[in-house]
Design a protein around this ligand. Sequence first.
Ligand code: SAM
Length: 245
Amino acid sequence: MTNSLPEMAEIWQQTLNWQPTVQQQSQFQRLYEFILEGNRQLNLTRITDPQEFCEKHLWDSLRGIAPQGKFISSFQDSASVIDIGTGAGFPGIPVTITAPNCTITLMDSTRKKITFIETILNSLALTNAKTLVARAEEIGQQPQHRQAYDIALIRAVGTASVCAEYALPLLKRGGLAIIYRGNWTQDETTALKNAANQLGGIIESIEKFTTPLSQSIRHCVYLRKVATTPIQFPRATGVPTQKPL
Ligand code: SAM
């Protein structure tokens, strides 16, 4: 039998001033069970312990959309969100569960991960998410995706400059890219400033925080799109990682 996830009601309340509804808590539990099951065939995550899953997948995903501990206001409205390189669905699926008014596009270049996510979305009756098998470098040049999103989420996909090149072309002007990181250095800030500048973005804030159970260090970098991204970005597939800005 699968373990139950801890409820963490107090932790949610203290850190995000929010608590999942009974339905959301049961969707988190079902998500956890799917991930454990999916792990048998696909190498999805090494995080399988229920506490760790809660902290490193659920809480971490939601902390990113809550700068300074408050959900960003566009999550109350019908924001259009993309999760770039969603893998097994993080941070995108917890965000989909938590922000029913938003439309979330869960995107990854690996077909089998997206097929797995589609099973989860159907089973959890999550109708506010869409899936997309694609590379960030390609959709950044397609009119139906370029400048189409209010918020881009990106966790564990590449260096911050690479993430910026993937995310900023997809955003509307005024949109926000949220880059999830573990550690962060001053050198990364310098490199990212330079990259963001070329892509029409600025670093709005960098938040350092600790996770609530294991007190691990995390950072979230918030990039605001302030100008149109020049048409040469994103560059062709593979170039952003091989020749980072
Ligand atoms: N975001 C998830 C998480 O934090 O658990 C998954 C992270 S996993 C380490 C990186 C994922 O990004 C992989 O599933 C990979 O297929 C995807 N990916 C890497 N480069 C990509 C690109 N250029 N376009 C789309 N997906 C990409």
